[in-house]
Design a binder for this molecule. Structure first.
Ligand SMILES: Nc1ncnc2c1ncn2[C@@H]1O[C@H](COP(=O)(O)OP(=O)(O)OP(=O)(O)O)[C@@H](O)[C@H]1O
Length: 922
């Protein structure tokens, strides 16, 4: 609790003397002490004391003060009409906001207006459309525990989706990362500290909530409000407690009422999906790119969805690729059919563009917050359903047929809305104009009376002018006095006897007649009664629609899936993806022909496709070497993305792909690659490696990118080698290991299941050209100096490095090869440090086919990356062997070039590590 939330001390001190309104404010601050209370005073939400200062600062509104007999209190107010944008700022600043509304009509109140907190807005329970981004999920989650089993429940209060699952701690952490809740509650038996706050709660606000709500009995009672038989839905006590506690919290934030629209409490088993932990999600850039410069994430490439429902669903699919062959095949069948029937696909896409976010819409309807426009939007969406059914009448794929059949046309709901709600209604539902003529006789009578009365008044001016002969006579209306007949002073002598004086102005008098008064009462009475009646009729219709929320949600689910399937098909057609096939029982191997990285290929005009053959007849473990920037990381990620896409139900960027169903994708990217994520410590790297070595199975895909880089070269090499051996002996996972340690390529000599791949570059005088083409065998050069130059390393360091490399030129490099050899035939598979023989002799295994695309090869010049200004070969990763003195000089030169003021602690650590390696190797 900060002084911004909770009871203001200044008021507590004078509690007994406070004015009634301020004591009401104080009481609410005490009751909702974890929230910043926004207190309705007329058209504003006010905050006082420290809360006022915070509101003024965060919302950029004026800080004023309120003075009364007890003192002076700082005060800041935000207009109710556009409170949402201000509330958003308060949420962003880390506050929960308790909205205290006047719950009594100020005019009808005798004395102090009654106020109550009607809802608490928190990051995980926001429902205001303005505060939610389109097509996303927004979860609040809760954890509970029973021995070693952890349960996770998550609810999206804006759509009513509620999920619950349980697993061991590690897996629950993964699930938390997938769900990515905006807010997290820990049941009393869960030690929040045991969940690495960096991993779990980095993005989530952690909220303390009434521990009793997680108590089994009260949790069961709460859950029983949502499912007929709680025990039939949840699998264990911890799930019951997590779910019940969470729903109690959701109710608390929404005004303590049961949330009718949370009708889909679904239990799932995390084993039903391909495991992707946070590291994998991040390094494969499924949803977010890692660096500001890296462009798009995978989801951006795929997201050509027509509506917000589809966007939300696509994200869910990508977060949880499948492992069940039949379900994957069902999705692929559906995508394939849409690929083959472009007219149907495009028609479906076009129709879906008219679909509103009905999941949120219907939740608003159930919460009683939908206005007439929302109901009209619902009707517009539902109108699409019969059209879609018609478009899908001839579909063949089973899933498409199921989805078509799930499209309930909801004719009753559509008809009701259409009959009841005006076609273009106003936003407000209290001021009339929302109910359509012909819907209710009484309303029509009232409106008729009102209309006829107004017509009579409209005619009055002409008839009275005629009757009195006063041409300047006016009939008007004002809020205070009602209808009047205005006569200017010079004509007052002609005013008839039945005119009664209403108001005297400077140049005229205003009158009324008994008949005008009668008509006025009739008009206003009818209008007021009609507005009231309209409101009642509208809320009745809204409740009737809310009663059908389940059916609407089921339609929404079918629409979401259709959108995703049609989109995946469109993406496949537009980008030349192919349907992957899966091995039947017993077979192994990731076999891809002409594979591409789905994101990089969109950003580079010329992308070089590459084949992959990993596992099965080939080895399970490929050691990938090659110069910096040659494409190793891209290649490895491309393999993983193809696997992920395939299991999501998408086609894949390749000419052909035959794949296993993978249970888990692990990624461990080198320390240097992760600096941006602030996780560059060697310790972290080793912890992740431990997870992989313990967690991977023979059905996992493991990407190791420069493991061991974070320590001394000697230790790094040793760890890299031992890891490769362990993966081969104990794990048997499909493994791609990119490394600059050329010694690692020697492992292929000794082991059946390990083989080398390398990326090629061509050196021509001062230029180095990367071919981005994977070849069998190991690589020799790293061209580190050129890359350093390209990256803007100070000239002095580049020049000195080059000098040191050249001092090697007469001798042999770290691989025992002469520099001259390296420069002339970098495409050849070289030996390793121990001077092993040619790669083709080393590996007893069949090597992966080389690129295999006619168009890729010598003619590739246009597709290659050329480093100009380069000055020839060199090995950036291996420290050249030279004397201690040379090493010291190099260290001095590097240190000299460091701009300490511009160096972050992480960069400093990395530099220190590199310098130490330089000395170690000397
Ligand atoms: N197959 C390809 N076709 C065209 N361009 C590619 C290809 N693969 C990679 N690239 C481009 O080459 C650059 C370097 O790729 P990548 O980061 O994969 O290299 P790397 O070998 O892993 O480098 P480092 O060892 O420095 O980490 C990237 O800009 C990428 O866009």
């Amino acid at each position: 609790m900060t002084s911004v939330t909770g009871p203001p001390e200044k008021m507590v001190a004078v509690r007994e003397d406070l004015t009634p309104m301020m004591s009401q404010y104080l009481a609410l601050c005490e009751e909702y002490e974890a929230s910043l209370v926004l207190f309705q005073v007329g058209d504003f939400y006010e905050a006082f004391c420290d809360a006022a200062a915070a509101v003024a600062r965060i919302c950029e509104v004026t800080l004023t003060k309120r003075e009364d007999s007890t003192g002076t209190y700082p005060m800041a107010g935000i207009p109710i009409d556009n409170a949402a944008s201000y509330v958003e700022r308060l949420l962003d600043a880390g506050y929960r906001v308790a909205v205290a509304d006047q719950v009594e009509d100020a005019e009808e109140a005798s004395g102090l207006v009654d106020r109550a907190v009607t809802r608490i807005v928190t990051p995980g329970t926001v429902v205001d459309e303005e505060l939610l981004s389109a097509g996303t999920t927004n979860y609040v989650a809760a954890l509970a525990r029973e021995d070693d089993v952890f349960s996770l429940a998550a609810v999206d209060v804006s759509t009513g989706e509620c999920l619950v699952t349980s697993a061991d701690r590690e897996r629950i952490v993964e699930e938390l990362e997938r769900v990515a809740p905006a807010e997290l509650l820990f049941g009393s038996d869960v030690d929040a500290d045991a969940f690495d706050p960096d991993v779990v709660a980095a993005e989530a606000m952690v909220t303390d909530f009434d521990a009793d709500a997680f108590d089994p009995d009260s949790a069961r009672d709460t859950l029983a409000g949502y499912v007929p038989s709680p025990e039939a839905v949840v699998a264990n006590d911890a799930e019951l407690r997590a779910c019940g506690g969470l729903l109690a919290y959701a109710e608390y934030t929404q005004g303590d009422e049961r949330l009718d629209y949370v009708s889909r409490v679904t239990r799932y088993d995390p084993r039903e999906s391909l495991r992707l932990d946070a590291t994998a999600l991040r390094s494969l850039e499924l949803f977010e790119t890692r660096g500001a410069s890296s462009g798009h994430a995978l989801v951006d490439v795929l997201d050509d969805t027509a509506c917000a429902l589809g966007r939300r669903e696509l994200t869910q699919w990508l977060r949880r690729p499948l492992v069940d062959r039949e379900r994957i095949a069902a999705r692929h069948d559906a995508v394939a059919e849409f690929v083959e029937t472009p007219l149907v696909r495009e028609a479906v896409h076009e129709r879906l563009k008219d679909v509103y976010d009905v999941e949120r819409l219907v939740a608003r309807v159930s919460r009683g917050r939908a206005n007439a426009r929302d109901l009209r939007s619902l009707k517009t969406t539902l109108d699409v359903v019969p059209e879609l059914r018609a478009e899908l009448r001839d579909v063949d794929a089973e899933r498409l047929r199921e989805l078509r059949d799930a499209l309930d046309e909801l004719a009753d709901v559509r008809e009701l809305i259409d009959r009841a709600v005006a076609e273009d209604p106003p936003v407000e539902i209290t001021e009339g104009g929302v109910v359509r003529e012909g819907f209710d006789d009484e309303l029509d009578d009232l409106r008729r009376t009102e209309r006829e009365g107004r017509e009579w008044v409209a005619d009055l001016e002409a008839s009275e002018r005629e009757r009195t002969g006063i041409d300047s006579l006016d009939v008007g209306y004002n809020q205070v006095h009602g209808y009047y007949i205005e006569v200017t002073n010079p004509n007052l002598d002609r005013v008839p006897d039945d005119y009664q004086r209403r108001q005297t102005l400077k140049n005229s008098e205003r009158f009324y007649t008994p008949e005008l008064k009668r008509r006025e009462d009739e008009i206003l009475g009818a209008a007021e009664r009609a507005d009231k009646l309209e409101y009642e009729l509208f809320t009745d219709v809204r409740s009737d629609v809310a009663a059908e929320a389940d059916r609407v949600q089921a339609v929404a689910a079918a629409l979401s899936e259709l959108d995703v399937l049609a989109t995946l098909a469109a993406v496949a057609v537009d980008n030349d993806y192919v349907r992957p096939t899966f091995h039947t029982d017993g077979e192994r191997g990731i076999h891809v022909e002409g594979g591409r990285h789905p994101v990089v290929e969109r950003t580079r005009s010329e992308f070089v496709p590459n084949d992959t053959r990993l596992g099965g007849d080939e080895g399970n473990v490929a050691v990938v070497t090659g110069p910096n920037m040659s494409g190793k990381s891209t290649y490895m990620r491309q393999v993983a993305l193809i696997v992920v896409l395939a299991q999501t139900g998408s086609f894949v960027p390749a000419d052909a792909a035959r794949l296993p169903v993978v249970d888990r994708v692990f990624t461990r990217v080198g320390a240097s690659d992760d600096i941006a994520g602030g996780q560059s410590t060697f310790m972290r790297e080793m912890a992740e490696l431990t997870d992989i070595l313990h967690g991977a199975t023979e059905h996992s895909l493991v990407l190791l990118d420069e493991v061991g880089r974070g320590t001394s070269t000697a230790d790094g090499r040793a760890i890299a080698r031992a890891t490769t051996e362990f993966v081969d002996d104990e794990v048997g996972a499909y493994t791609l290991f990119a490394t600059h340690y050329h010694e690692l390529t020697a492992v292929a000599d000794e082991r059946e299941d390990v083989f080398n791949l390398h990326f090629t570059a061509e050196s021509d005088g001062d230029d180095v050209t990367f071919l981005h083409r994977v070849e069998p065998g190991a690589s020799s050069s790293s061209y580190g100096v050129e890359v350093a130059r390209m990256a803007g390393v100070p000239d002095r360091v580049v020049a000195r490095s080059q000098e040191l490399v050249e001092s090697e030129a007469g001798g042999s490099d770290a691989n025992g090869r002469s520099d001259a050899e390296d420069r002339n035939d970098v495409d050849d598979a070289p030996g390793d440090e121990e001077g092993s023989p040619d790669e083709t002799r080393k590996s007893p295994r069949p090597q992966p086919r080389s690129n295999g695309h006619g168009e890729v090869g010598a003619q590739e010049a246009g597709r290659q990356t050329t480093l100009t200004n380069g000055v020839g070969g060199g090995d950036g990763a291996e420290t050249p062997r030279h004397g201690r003195e040379a090493a010291l000089e190099a260290v001095a030169a590097e240190l000299d070039a460091v701009d300490v003021a511009q160096t972050t602690p992480l960069e400093a650590l990395t530099t220190l590590n590199d310098l130490k390696n330089l000395l170690d190797d000397s």
